[in-house]
Design a protein around this ligand. Sequence first.
Ligand code: DX5
Ligand code: ZN
Length: 221
Amino acid sequence: MTDFKIAPSILSADFARLGEEVEAVLSAGADIVHFDVMDNHYVPNLTIGPMVCKALRNYGIEAPIDAHLMVKPVDRMIGDFIEAGATYITFHPEASDHIDRSLQMIRDGGCKSGLVFNPATPLHFLDHVMDKVDMILLMSVNPGFGGQKFIPGTLDKLRQVRKLIDASGREIRLEVDGGVGIGNIREIAEAGADTFVAGSAIFNTDDYRATIDKMRAELAL
Ligand code: DX5
Ligand code: ZN
């Protein structure tokens, strides 16, 4: 059976109570903390950086932190997030001049590495680095904001990446990010994803546990 992981995106959390919010989703059954880093340059929004990641570690959060870097250039932030205690560090290939080097920096820092594909970013960026990624993240919305609608074409792209991963024989997580919720998580899993980012679908509900339980029930069907 696939080892499905639920990764709430804290972009939709109440930032004034971030530590409590992260504790709440983790005790409600979340597996991974998805941490969206936006720079108002690569994407048209500005969020949180390594200091906040470090603050969550200092607060006592021990769960994996999945730092999704939507920043350009990306390399300096990689070092900072390694220092800040990130578990996964993923970046967009368009944001790096030397993709192989950036991936290597992440692993050399003891973190898990990943590449992120926007809806229109071609998969050929994976061609020569399948041995250097621990995660492939497919964006199912254009990056920059929470609460957008899932782009259905992502399902085909997921199927393609699932084939690539299976053919590689490697252990690579396939994550999907944007517009994921109870209503579509099952078809997304059927298309090959094993790690599900959900921001508004979790944080905009009153009962995080009930929402995550419903997502897991869909995955168990
Ligand atoms: C978008 C971010 C997502 C976002 C997802 O650029 O990368 O992680 O928070 O939010 P929802 O789940 O609300 O679409
Ligand atoms: Zn994200």
